[in-house]
Design a protein around this ligand. Structure first.
Ligand code: ZN
Length: 125
């Protein structure tokens, strides 16, 4: 596979796609970002109850990791999330437990957590 792939588990919200892509390109030297989107994915992953949704995300991570050789996965929460209307502190905890769930999947990927703030700027958790 040509180029460096990384992976995002991001909200479906259109406001957070480009900020996350640009961040991963600039900070981690990614050429391409495989974006896996759900409404409020850190809520879905941290609760780990919607088995179909969780398994669907896992399967897409597998394709990105094994098919594209992705080296890193970013788990993302953001300000004003319609699918996960929780405050920043709650979302920070959700992101950490979502990262643990992703880690339990066993792929050889660096796992990071990101927060997209009210100015649509990205920082690491
Ligand atoms: Zn959202």
């Amino acid at each position: 596979m040509q180029g460096k792939f990384v992976t995002g588990i991001n909200c479906m919200d259109g406001r957070v796609q480009l900020p996350v892509i640009e961040y991963l390109k600039n900070k981690y030297g990614a050429d391409y970002v495989d974006m896996i989107t759900e409404p409020g994915p850190i809520k879905i992953l941290s609760e780990n109850e919607e088995k179909f949704a969780v398994e669907s995300m896992r399967n897409r991570v597998k394709i990105s990791a094994l098919g594209h050789g992705s080296s890193l996965i970013a788990v993302v929460g953001h300000y004003d999330c319609a699918g996960n209307p929780a405050c920043r502190e709650v979302q920070r905890k959700q992101t950490l437990s979502a990262m643990e769930v992703v880690r339990s999947w066993g792929f050889a990927l660096q796992i990071i957590g990101l927060w997209v703030d009210e100015n649509w700027e990205v920082c690491e958790i």
